[in-house]
Design a protein around this ligand. Structure first.
Ligand code: EPU
Length: 415
């Protein structure tokens, strides 16, 4: 399974470069299947989730070639519109094949998706959207099947601005007849990146990045080239690492407008920051002010940085309140942080974080971002920390141990 061994207590310094965004790469890789010609994608991170998705589409008949951070996907021989059930269960984003293949082939099947165990994770809003476009849906023993002779555009109101549902409906609507309007759409930068790629492929999309997206269906989409945006959550994790260890790290390849909520909170805490077009410099301070944090859909504070922020708040000068509104089960890192000496009390969706001294311990990563929080805690703690089940972390962070070691962290991977 693998573990990380960390000796904490040193300040980080230097420069670290952020990889392409996992949550943009996954739908964009799937979107290449909409064309009948090859596409080339750049800045694709080398991650377990990305590699599993590439295996899924290869098994469907696509030709996938990888050269470092670039991948070439030729969907010409796609002949099996069905995701391998074993692989599909391993990553949530495998359900994007539903929207894509419904549009392209009029039929698709996958097993109900997996991913991190951070909540109930229903897909009712995705299915509501497909139904509105005229698809028939069958759910049977964990298998979802969608089919339609011809999708027709419609007006779809999302009860919650779900990232996945917005993406899946957007994908399907690109080839539907007429106009589709998604109301209360999610506004995350990864959706904008996907829409930019689809537009280069020939799709007609307006309003992306706002809560109303309008899509005019087209008959044909062609292959395209695209560079994936930087991963704002990886960037945020390094920014917190620098602040937490009282370090001075320049985090390169960050679109700072994507990390505004984190920048605002770090600023409130009294942490030194300098933004420029290449990235952001974070200069840790001796004393950190307590702040309250509430997670929200973009442009609110991202749930995917909540656990990392909580570790930083254990080092603040007073009690902070963290409220999680996106996922119902996203405090799984708290029990592990308590083993390291953190003083955190959970009450429903809220956590009270009191100042505490962290010490090294043996802990387990329960999901991707919980695992990232444990790495951060290990860097700040006195003594040695051993993190088990790091496969969760490797689903979403490319070479995190090597990148942290390059800025002075004592971190090693062991079996
Ligand atoms: N929801 C529903 N019905 C649906 C879909 C979602 O009730 O049909 C609920 C969920 O249960 C949850 C909330 O809506 O409570 C948010 O879910 P959303 O659909 O927005 O999330 P997602 O698309 O499943 C993506 C990211 C997550 C990130 C969330 C929120 C990917 C592959 N995953 O998930 O990233 O936390 O958006 O920003 O893009 C991660 O990278 O660690 C991760 C979990």
């Amino acid at each position: 399974m693998g573990k990380f061994l960390i000796s904490g207590g040193t300040s980080l310094g230097g420069e670290v470069t952020v990889s392409g965004a996992k949550n943009a790469a996954l739908p964009i890789i799937t979107a290449t299947l909409m064309a009948d010609e090859p596409s080339k994608l750049m800045d694709i991170p080398n991650l377990r989730d990305v590699n599993n998705l590439c295996r899924i589409i290869s098994k469907m008949g696509c030709d996938v070639k990888r050269n470092q951070q670039e991948i070439f996907i030729d969907p010409l021989n796609l002949n099996k519109p069905e995701a391998d059930p074993e692989l599909a269960r391993q990553l949530r984003a495998s359900y994007y094949i539903l929207g894509v293949l419904l549009a392209k082939k009029g039929w698709a099947r996958t097993s109900l998706p997996g991913g991190c165990n951070i909540g109930n994770r229903p897909i009712d809003l995705h299915l509501k959207g497909f139904k509105a476009l005229g698809a028939e849906i069958r759910l049977d023993h964990g298998i979802v099947e969608v089919k339609s002779k011809k999708l027709k555009g419609d007006r779809i109101y999302l009860d919650y601005p779900s990232v996945g549902a917005t993406i899946n409906i957007l994908l399907a609507a690109c080839k539907a007849e007429g106009t589709t309007i998604i109301e209360n759409a999610a506004r995350e930068p990864e959706i904008v990146d996907l829409a930019n790629f689809l537009t280069v492929m020939g799709a007609k999309i307006k309003g992306v990045g706002t809560d109303i997206i309008k899509i005019e269906g087209v008959e044909h989409l062609h292959g395209a080239e695209h560079r994936i945006i930087p991963d704002r959550i990886e960037a945020g994790t390094f920014m917190v690492a620098s602040a937490l260890t009282r370090g001075e790290v320049f985090v390169r390849n960050v679109l700072t407008e994507h990390v505004k909520p984190l920048i605002a909170k770090l600023h409130e805490m009294g942490i030194g920051l300098r933004e420029d077009i290449a990235g952001v410099l974070i200069k840790g301070n001796g004393s950190l002010k307590a702040v309250d944090v509430k997670t929200l859909p973009y442009p609110g504070f991202p749930t995917d940085l909540q656990s990392q922020m909580m570790v930083l708040l254990t080092q603040a000068d007073a009690t902070s309140l963290v409220i999680e509104t996106v996922w119902e089960n996203r405090f799984m890192h708290v029990d592990e942080l308590k083993r390291m000496g953190a003083d955190i009390k959970i009450d429903g969706h809220s956590a009270l974080v009191k100042p505490s001294k962290l010490t090294g311990a043996e802990v387990t990563a329960t999901d991707l971002r919980a695992g990232a929080a444990l790495i951060l805690a290990g860097l700040a703690a006195q003594g040695d920390t051993e993190i088990r089940d790091i496969y969760h972390i490797e689903r979403g962070y490319e070479n995190i141990n090597k990148k942290l070691a390059s800025i002075g962290a004592y971190i090693k991977k062991a079996n």
